[in-house]
Design a protein around this ligand. Structure first.
Ligand SMILES: Cc1cc2nc3c(=O)[nH]c(=O)nc-3n(C[C@H](O)[C@H](O)[C@H](O)COP(=O)(O)OP(=O)(O)OC[C@H]3O[C@@H](n4cnc5c(N)ncnc54)[C@H](O)[C@@H]3O)c2cc1C
Length: 452
């Protein structure tokens, strides 16, 4: 079968939208889509039915007709993804004086840190209990400290645990105080490209399919959804994929009974700021966090497994009153896509204390068990696409680096660097790869980031 471009196909379909003129090559079938007007119609307005140009099927794929997208917003810096990296990036860019839009697919901020119930913050420290992850992420932890039951184990050299709800609240407070433009329930589905330069992104929400235009884009989706859509070189990886839960009533455990029993409890998890409540991590099997079938199957498996684990715990003498408080609404997807950046972080570089002239962040260790390591700006920069920066767990690093890159404080600091860089590029009217690095480093230090 001869190949035909999508544009040619649309021209051939023309106004009639009938595929018969294509000599029976296509088995055409009109599909119904939602009315394009739904984004524009205020409540109470009768909406007339719409005649759609039909989609067609070709080689088992659906080809949709070209569509005009309403403009949802226009800004200097667009941050897609409101996890630990994205929220910090948005605040950093806003504090640097840029207009900033922060777009998140769910109804809250924090990503895996809150929605994934991954509440243990590992990686602030390096040898000698020196704290390297500072700046806006550190400010969040300080705010949590002021709240009743916001955080526990907040002392030098120890990894603190936060309360997910307190953290969601803190993030909302910070984003609102700094007047970041927020779009929740909005899923980034495509990049808007002009050659190899990004101009914004396309979002799906209850308002329909809409566009946000921006001078600079920060991809803080964790999964690199935007840089992948923009055509940036990257690597797709399988990684352990679990589901975190919380259990309650641990303060009601009958310790005397438990002590006497030969059976020891399993799946107990670790403490949270709420007395009697533990968070329970799950490693899970290696899986493709971008494959909807695998995600669905794992969600089903993990939910059954967690319930069984709690039943087993409850059948342990002394633990009869323990109960399942909640399973995380968000699956524990650790690593999916990693950018192929201009520079790639390596474990050798970490262990040999590699220095970079464009250092924009200094990473911590899992348990303060090694020296600080520098993160160059180029690890956030795609090789082949302009004006989109990676932040958080999807920046450029070799597979062995994934466990270091992805811990929460290391996501703060790459978010911080990406937000400041995007603001400078937007204000200076330059490409992200042309950002004046000393200026970026100065701005980061002014915003209390630690660069060594
Ligand atoms: C089970 C598990 C256990 C872990 N344990 C620890 C631990 O003990 N300590 C530790 O420090 N780290 C731990 N981690 C790692 C850490 O939690 C994450 O790597 C880190 O939170 C990632 O932050 P991020 O901002 O890069 O990405 P995410 O937290 O994934 O944030 C991405 C955000 O973008 C949104 N988003 C995604 N796609 C789109 C889209 N297309 N459009 C709009 N929005 C989008 C998401 O909803 C989310 O809010 C663990 C991770 C997992 C999964």
């Amino acid at each position: 079968m001869s190949r035909i471009s999508r544009r040619d196909l649309m021209r051939m379909l023309g106004g009639t939208g009938v595929a018969a003129g294509l000599g029976g090559v296509f088995s055409a079938r009109p599909l119904r889509a939602d009315p394009a007007s739904r984004a524009d119609a205020p409540p109470g307005t009768p909406v007339a039915g719409t005649d759609h140009p039909p989609a067609v099927m070709i080689d088992g794929k659906v080809i949709q007709p070209e569509r005009e997208l309403p403009l949802l917003h226009e800004t200097d810096v667009l941050v897609v993804g409101g996890g630990s990296a994205g929220v910090v990036a948005a605040l950093a860019a806003k504090r640097a004086g840029a207009r900033v839009a922060l777009v998140e697919r769910y109804g809250h901020f924090g990503g895996l840190w809150t929605g994934g119930l991954v509440v243990l913050v590992i990686g602030h420290w390096v040898t000698g209990n020196k704290q390297v992850c500072q700046g806006i992420g550190e400010e969040m932890l300080q705010r949590l400290e002021k709240l009743d039951r916001g955080i526990v184990n907040r002392r030098p050299g120890v990894n603190p645990t936060v309360d997910a709800e307190a953290l969601k609240y803190v993030m909302v407070e910070m984003v609102v105080e700094d007047h970041v433009d927020v779009f929740l329930h909005c899923w980034g589905v495509d990049a808007i490209m002009d050659g190899n330069t990004i101009r914004g992104a396309v979002f799906e929400s209850k308002s329909g399919r809409q566009a946000i235009l921006a001078k600079q884009v920060v991809d803080a989706t964790g999964d690199g959804d935007v840089f992948a859509a923009a055509g940036a070189e990257h690597e797709r990886r399988r990684y352990h994929l679990g589901l975190v839960s919380r259990i309650g009533n641990l303060d009601k455990v009958d310790q005397a009974k438990a002590k006497k029993s030969p059976r020891k409890p399993r799946h107990l998890g670790n403490i949270t700021p709420i007395a009697g409540v533990n968070w329970v991590n799950m490693h899970g099997p290696d899986a493709d966090g971008l494959d909807v079938r695998e995600l669905s199957q794992l969600e089903l498996n993990h939910r059954r497994q967690i319930w069984k684990n709690v039943e087993e715990l409850r059948s342990t003498p002394g633990y009869e009153d323990v109960y399942l408080m909640e399973t995380a609404p968000q699956l524990g997807v650790r690593i999916t896509r990693a950018l192929h950046g201009v520079e790639t972080l390596t474990m050798k570089g970490v262990l040999e204390n590699q220095k970079y002239p464009d250092c924009v962040a200094v990473g911590g260790a899992w348990a303060g068990d090694h020296q600080e390591w520098q993160i160059p700006y180029r690890a956030l920069l795609p090789r082949n696409v302009e004006n989109v920066l990676a932040a958080g767990r999807c920046i450029s690093g070799e597979p062995r680096m994934a466990d270091l890159i992805r811990v929460i404080p290391n996501c703060f600091i790459t978010g911080h660097a990406a937000g400041c860089a995007a603001a400078i590029a937007a204000q200076d009217g330059c490409l992200a790869r042309e950002v004046d690095v000393p200026k970026l480093q100065k701005l980061l230090r002014e915003q209390d980031a630690y660069l060594g």
